[in-house]
Design a binder for this molecule. Structure first.
Ligand SMILES: Nc1ncnc2c1ncn2[C@@H]1O[C@H](COP(=O)(O)OP(=O)(O)OP(=O)(O)O)[C@@H](O)[C@H]1O
Ligand SMILES: [Mg+2]
Length: 256
């Protein structure tokens, strides 16, 4: 049982936290029992995006050290049934102090309790990111369609492979059809070629993502615009359902 997914990126700010929050809620809506782990210690933000800043008393560091049980630390979301959130240690540097074996043991424990676990990693390739990615069942690299971000995604996937994570796909976020049509942003085929990864999904640029992230309200619960629909389609694909890529957004995404 369990499907543990590490969500990583080369460059920062590509949309990992927004992805984790919204795909987690979408998976819950599909009946899954979901845990999201904020693994961005020191710079954690999942609690803000999920509107749970005052509810997370213990971190995964407390669970590893035995200062809290997994049940105590993984706090239930106030609105999304079946969603629990396990936050990162707040102090910078603490997460890097845990050896990979302890992270792997934590991941094995959560795998037994949840049907899906999404791990919101820090940008880049820090020691804790590599430990979580190596212990996960698969990785998803979130990138924008900028070539610089895509190159970062490709490098990230290469390093993840070297630590033993060979199942890696890409989500292209903040895609703007107008720019693609004008030839000034990578189209989907070129994005996949640039990153050298299989495509899990595309998420369009949608200002509702920003508005919801700022207010701690969840897009996937409150709106059904293009990004919310894209996150839901990705959740369905993660469950093995076939959902056509181009069904999710109006316009001709692939045409440059
Ligand atoms: N599809 C989207 N459309 C519009 N804005 C988006 C979209 N996805 C993410 N954003 C915005 O981009 C910013 C960065 O997103 P987010 O925090 O999810 O990225 P991140 O990869 O987790 O960043 P970091 O590397 O700092 O952890 C946020 O303001 C968020 O609201
Ligand atoms: Mg983040």
């Amino acid at each position: 049982m369990g499907n543990v997914i590490a969500v990583a990126s080369g460059k920062g700010g590509t949309g990992k936290t927004s992805f984790c929050a919204n795909v987690a809620v979408s998976l819950c809506a599909l009946g899954e029992k979901v845990l999201v782990i904020d693994a961005d210690s020191g710079l954690r933000s999942l609690d803000l995006v999920l509107g749970m800043t005052d509810r997370l008393l213990f971190s995964y560091g407390d669970v590893i050290r035995g200062d809290a049980t997994l049940k105590e630390a993984a706090a239930p979301h106030p609105v999304a049934g079946n969603l629990r959130v396990l936050t990162a240690p707040g102090e910078p540097g603490v997460a890097e102090s845990f050896p990979p074996e302890q992270i792997a043991e934590l991941v094995a424990r959560v795998r037994a309790h949840f049907t899906f676990t999404l791990i919101d990693c820090a940008a880049g390739l820090g020691r804790d990111v590599l430990s979580f990615a190596a212990a996960a069942d698969r990785a998803v690299v979130v990138s924008t369609s900028d070539y610089t971000a895509l190159r970062g995604a490709q490098s990230t996937a290469g390093v993840l492979e070297r630590v033993g994570q060979e199942t890696c796909s890409i989500v292209v976020n903040r895609l703007r059809p107008g720019m693609i049509r004008a030839g000034s942003a990578a189209n989907i085929d070129r994005a996949m070629d640039s990153a050298g990864l299989s495509l899990l999904g595309v998420v369009p640029e949608d200002e509702d993502v920003i508005a919801c992230g700022n207010s701690g309200s969840i897009l996937a619960l409150e709106h059904y615009g293009p990004a919310a629909q894209a996150y839901m389609n990705i959740a369905k694909r993660l469950r093995g359902q076939r959902v056509r890529l181009l069904d999710q957004v109006p316009g001709h995404w692939g045409e440059a």
